[in-house]
Ligand binder design. Structure first.
Ligand code: GLN
Length: 209
């Protein structure tokens, strides 16, 4: 059976992830309703507005079944708002916001400031230099022993001191999360990293980052 890679498509940066996957020869399933959850091999939770996505998940009856799938081991990659949806604890959110609460991290929403404070840098992601774009991004303020930190904002003098060292990419078991948006860059490194983690082979490993 071929692999079905889903992108949660209720709100946010769906088309950008779709383009990244397409460039790796993967045609994703856009997950909008319960029936789209069937036989998923992996799932991307895109960036957007986490409180809105939570509300739409709840209204559409997806919050519980999708949460069950994620907890039962579905490889899941959360970008920005997607990271917030996966986190066990969220600071600076609405009291009624509910996510999947599976990734053992505390995240602070909008931790680097407002939209105008969005920034870019080059990150060391496990030895790989990657372009990273932060848009009203969260930062991981603490994480459990079972969580591996894969990238931090560099100690670069062009970056505001308060941002430096922030944990911005983590993984735990079947879960991967980044504060930043690889899907808006030309690099498919993180998508390939995720698909490999999910046991999905892509058309070519030689496509340039
Ligand atoms: N600030 C947004 C939130 O809290 C996340 C922004 C993003 O996904 N680019 O949901």
């Amino acid at each position: 059976m071929s692999s079905r890679v889903g992108i949660l498509a209720l709100q946010g940066g769906v088309a950008e992830h779709q383009r990244s996957l397409n460039s790796l020869g993967v045609e994703p399933v856009l997950v909008r309703r319960r029936e789209h959850l069937e036989d998923l091999s992996a799932l991307i939770l895109p960036g957007g507005e986490s409180t809105t996505i939570c509300k739409l998940l709840d209204l559409g009856g997806l919050l519980v079944p999708l949460g069950n799938l994620i907890r039962s081991g579905l490889p899941t990659y959360g970008t920005c708002a997607g990271m917030i949806l996966l986190a066990k604890d969220v600071l600076n959110t609405r009291p009624d916001a509910r996510g999947f609460a599976t990734l053992d991290i505390t995240v602070q929403r909008n931790a680097f400031g407002r939209q105008a404070d969005s920034f870019e840098c080059v990150l060391d992601f496990e030895g790989e230099s990657l372009p990273a774009v932060f848009i009203r991004a969260p930062r991981v303020v603490s994480c459990g022993d079972n969580v591996r930190v894969l990238a931090q904002v560099p100690e670069d003098e062009k970056i505001p001191p308060s941002h430096r060292g922030a944990m911005v990419a983590v993984e735990q078991d079947n879960l991967l999360a980044t504060s930043f948006h690889p899907e808006v860059t030309a690099s498919t490194y993180i998508h390939r990293y995720f698909l490999k983690k999910a046991g999905i082979s892509v058309a070519s490993e030689v496509i340039a980052h």
